[in-house]
Design a protein. Structure first.
Length: 135
């Protein structure tokens, strides 16, 4: 399944809506290429909306990390939005949840780029405790 990538702007922040899987091959390559194009175009504030991403493999994780690295080297940043439970668990297990800021609300993700705005970040500890209570 090809990864669909739709880009839009919200309050000066670029939001990329992803749909499909971020896996080895064309999908992870498409994400890396999109981020590279955005950086070349001067985009520095990026939110990846992963609400419609149902699966991320190790290569997909690598693409997310490379995207963050590319943006940070250019003075920017990337935030993750609307991850499903499996993808959150994957980030927690690989300790990548400490590398990315994760949000469940798009406005909070956008606000995170503006230090004078209030926002609610994703509470990873609360999520892990909730998982343990379900077991």
């Amino acid at each position: 399944m090809a990864l669909e990538i739709h880009q839009r702007e919200r309050e000066g922040v670029t939001v990329i809506d992803l749909k499909g899987r971020i896996t080895v091959g064309a999908e992870s390559g498409a994400l890396r290429e999109q981020v590279s194009q955005d950086v070349a175009a001067g985009i520095r504030m990026l939110v990846l909306n992963m609400a419609a991403v149902d699966y991320v493999d190790s290569t997909g994780l690598g693409a997310l990390v490379m995207s963050a690295t590319t943006l940070r080297k250019s003075g920017g940043n990337v935030k993750l939005l609307n991850l499903n439970r499996r993808n959150i668990e994957l980030l927690v297990m690989t300790k990548l949840a400490t590398v990315f800021e994760i949000f469940t609300d798009e406005q909070d993700a956008v606000n995170s780029y503006y230090p004078d705005r209030k926002l609610k970040t994703f509470d990873i500890l609360d999520f892990v405790q909730h998982l343990k209570s379900e077991e």
